[in-house]
Write a protein that binds this ligand. Structure first.
Ligand SMILES: [Zn+2]
Length: 179
């Protein structure tokens, strides 16, 4: 991004102008060091005074800084957007698992209340969905850098363990009446 140009400036007219500006901007070289490096790498002779003058008069440091800043902002924005869409995806997967988990739990409760036989597949579904919800919420917490939701998931799985006890009680009771 050339900020200025002078027909009499050696740097402005050098094929290595961009390189010279990069050495100044990114490597932080002094005009004297740039002059030496230019001679060494490209066998081009430009005095450090000419380089100093070019950097002061024809090189817009602020514009360069602005450009760098905008670039880093764009990169950051993109990363944040990606993270948000990851979280949204996790939310929707977790919600599906949770809805399934909830209805399985209600069904189980109903069976327990009516002293019905509880299918093993229902208990499996409960533990699978609970595991899924827990996993997605943990992944989300990792993305967000906090962990309160996985504690909620832990609490939910504890409830599941209680339900499994109920399941065992109900089924053993039933086995008792069957015989
Ligand atoms: Zn110049």
């Amino acid at each position: 991004m050339p900020a200025g140009y002078s027909a009499r400036c050696k740097v402005c007219n050098s094929p290595h102008r961009a390189m010279i500006e990069q050495w100044a901007k990114e490597d932080g070289l002094s005009p004297r060091a740039i002059s030496a490096r230019l001679k060494e790498e490209f066998d081009e002779a430009i005095s450090h005074k000419s380089i100093w003058q070019h950097l002061n008069e024809h090189f817009d440091v602020q514009a360069e800084a602005r450009e760098q800043y905008q670039k880093s902002q764009a990169v950051m924005e993109k990363a944040v957007k990606k993270q948000l869409s990851d979280i949204e995806m996790l939310d929707s997967i977790a919600r599906e698992s949770y809805d399934l988990h909830k209805s399985a739990k209600e069904w189980l409760k109903e069976l327990v209340e009516n002293k019905g036989k509880i299918p093993k597949s229902l208990v499996d579904l409960l533990s699978t969905t609970a595991g899924e919800v827990r996993q997605h919420l943990k992944a989300k917490a990792e993305l967000l850098g906090d962990d309160p939701e996985s504690r909620i998931a832990d609490a939910m799985v504890a409830t599941l363990e209680e339900l499994q006890e109920l399941y065992q009680d109900a089924n053993s009771r039933q086995e008792g009446t069957d015989s």
